[in-house]
Design a binder for this molecule. Structure first.
Ligand code: UD2
Ligand code: MN
Length: 623
């Protein structure tokens, strides 16, 4: 063998035979050493694997121990029924500390039973609703990044418990089949008849690459040992992808007929799922939302005022979700307090949708990172492309609203702004301008990225215009370029200064004047509405004054003008633009004026012919 090898090498390398011989010898030696080393590594590897196995057992035992310790901390009865929970002394202080850091009183949460019950806050009429015996099945998808462990588990438990077959409200709903007289049990087609769950196919936990250790092995161990088998899956994402893509990952994995999304700090009320499933069955293009109740971050109080009143979703052109009262026209259309109620937008975190329809209607814009924007994107898309967004009042889920994001977002990312710009570019047509007025820096910015594929989707689905949406879905929305007599900057004739909200965001902060911006900018973008309000998008100028006994406006003193949320009833929010160029407050008869000092508050005073009381509006029927 050796000789043949030498010959071969010699031929190939054209070297003298002796050198070749040495080369070959060296070669064999190297191979020998490598072989020995490999065998040694293999042996060591085996040892390591064996060690890993025992330490795996060790860590399971450690998780078990830790969980037992957690369970020992729980104070029986604390927060039961959804009442406010309180601790005292040092515990109270630690709780407040944790809330400062995490926006939720996590210290307290750790001491409230993970499966606490909630008082039934549903409208009484909900208990008399008869649902179909066979409903679509649901995949409940919970996404999280570094959410508090006990809060996540409480969310999971509430979903599990609300879908148990042995719940009294399900038992009542079993029915006797007409004709055969057989007693039928509830369930979805193809479900194992012995399954303890009705309609709940699975719960999918999507871990958006959390870094908190307790959300890893310990959470998995808890799920494996404490929660029903084969019901809960955990998807671990290898990278932090943000909430939009985390939900997409969960949706790709889901097998239920309906996808139901929740944030990971929720508590579902009893029987929350059936009303949603029934509605998606009756109307497959309905995207349905439970009433979102407030769970207080400081004491876990599940607060409900009046089960018959709830709000639906609105928006601002800045791209923020807002809550609005159910419009009168909608109260009439829906017929009853518990009937599905059209909502112009949704908050985004809690909703259910037919799974096939979710994909058909374009799922999500997967280029949205971090937090924000996906909720309005989906809202506008659903309405413009032929679906509906509906709040289903018999379904209620509590959500812990936090005052800040406890988790870090990618640095300098401004994902809300960028995502909203993507949304505006695809869905808002010319009204996108009203968003860019607030964010001129994002206009045509490369940060926003390419939206062609979403425009193609809009084309393919033959979706309607944003104008159609405003006119038909949300006619109450104040549109600064539509429902106005004049809009733009209000320039004072004497000083050349402009009316300006001075970036004072608080309720009832005074309106002021400031040097006019060359370009229209949000703080100087005011309107005189057709109904007679002097306003920006949400707030109306209002004058507080008193009358003398004689009915006169009290004194000649100048008064400040405050920006207060528009109530639509005019009264102290009513203004008219006189032919002279004066802006007169109708109730008091006083006129808007400035002292001509930049940054000072605007005031009202007796109307007199002074250029300090004369205003020119950028765009008005008079110009
Ligand atoms: C609201 C929505 C939220 C989402 C957001 C806009 C409700 C009640 N909440 O804000 O669902 O639509 O508006 O984007 O409607 N998360 C991740 N990865 C991240 C960041 C967050 O998985 O990078 C998770 C987070 O753990 C939580 C969920 O996404 O479970 C929503 O986040 P949030 O609770 O901070 O959002 P919220 O309620 O302020
Ligand atoms: Mn949330």
């Amino acid at each position: 063998g050796m000789r043949r090898t030498v010959k071969f090498i010699k031929q190939k390398m054209k070297l003298p035979v002796r050198k070749c011989y040495h080369a070959a010898k060296a070669g064999f030696f190297v191979i020998l050493v490598v072989t020995i080393l490999t065998l040694f590594e293999h042996w060591r590897g085996g040892k390591r694997a064996a060690r890993a196995m025992t330490s795996g057992l060790d860590s399971e035992a450690a998780y078990e121990k830790a969980i037992l310790e957690d369970e020992a901390r729980i104070i029986p009865g604390l927060g039961e029924g959804g009442v406010a929970a309180h601790l005292t002394g040092e515990a109270q202080r630690l709780g407040e500390e944790s809330e400062k850091q995490l926006a939720i009183n996590v210290y307290l949460s750790d001491r409230i039973a993970y499966n606490r019950t909630l008082q039934d806050h549903r409208h009484p009429a909900c208990k008399r609703v008869v649902y179909d015996a066979e409903l679509p099945s649901a995949s409940v998808i919970l996404i999280f990044h570094n959410e508090p462990y006990s809060v996540v588990l409480r969310t999971v438990w509430s979903v599990v418990n609300s879908a148990r077959r042995d719940n009294p409200w399900f038992r009542r709903a079993n029915y006797v089949e007409r004709g055969t007289g057989r007693t039928m049990t509830l369930g979805y087609p193809g479900q194992d008849p012995n399954s303890p769950f009705v309609y709940l196919k699975e719960i999918i936990l999507v871990d958006d690459n959390s870094t908190l250790p307790e959300l890893k092995g310990k959470l998995s161990h808890y799920v494996k040992t404490r929660l029903p088998p084969d019901l809960i899956r955990i998807i671990r994402l290898p990278d932090r992808v943000g909430l939009t893509r985390a939900r997409l990952a969960g949706a790709r994995f889901a097998a239920g007929d309906v996808l139901a999304f929740l944030d990971s700090h929720c508590e579902a009320q009893q029987d929350w799922l059936r009303p949603l499933l029934q509605r998606t069955k009756d109307s497959p293009h309905a995207v349905v939302i439970p009433i979102i109740d407030v769970i207080e971050a400081s004491n876990f109080y599940y607060s409900v005022q009046d089960p018959a009143t709830f709000q639906v979703g609105g928006f601002t052109f800045m791209g923020h979700f807002t809550w609005i009262d159910v419009p009168e026209r909608e109260k009439k259309r829906r017929g009853s307090d518990i009937a599905p109620t059209w909502s112009p937008t949704m908050a985004g975190g809690l909703f259910a949708i037919n799974r096939a329809y979710y994909w058909e209607i374009g799922a999500y814009d997967e280029q949205m990172a971090g937090w924000g924007g996906e909720n309005l994107e989906m809202s506008f898309r659903v309405w413009q492309c032929g679906g509906t967004l509906e709040t289903v009042p018999c379904s209620r889920v509590g959500h812990v609203f936090r005052s800040f994001h406890p988790y870090g977002l990618p640095a300098h990312s401004d994902t809300h702004g960028i995502n909203t710009a993507r949304m505006a570019d695809v869905w808002m047509d010319e009204y996108a301008e009203l968003f860019y007025l607030h964010r001129p820096d994002l206009r045509e910015s490369p940060k926003v990225g390419d939206v062609t594929h979403r425009r193609v989707l809009r084309e393919k689905l033959q979706c309607k215009s944003f104008q159609w949406y405003l006119d038909n879905v949300y006619p109450e929305k104040f549109v600064p370029v539509r429902d106005v007599f004049g809009y733009g900057r209000f320039v004072n004739n004497a000083s050349g200064l402009c009316l300006d909200t001075l970036q004072r965001d608080a309720e009832a902060s005074p309106l002021g004047v400031y040097g006019c911006h060359k370009r229209l900018e949000a703080t100087q973008y005011l309107a005189l509405s057709l109904r007679g309000e002097l306003r920006d998008e949400e707030k109306c100028a209002e004058v507080q004054y008193t009358r003398t006994k004689a009915g006169d406006v009290d004194g000649d003193e100048s008064r400040r003008v405050l920006m207060v949320t528009c109530h639509g009833k005019l009264h102290e929010q009513n203004w008219r633009y006189l032919p002279s160029g004066q802006l007169q407050h109708v109730e008091s008869g006083l006129c808007l004026r400035t002292t001509g000092v930049s940054g000072s508050d605007a005031t009202v005073a007796r109307c007199r012919s002074s250029p300090l009381q004369l205003w020119t509006i950028d765009y008005s029927e008079r110009n």
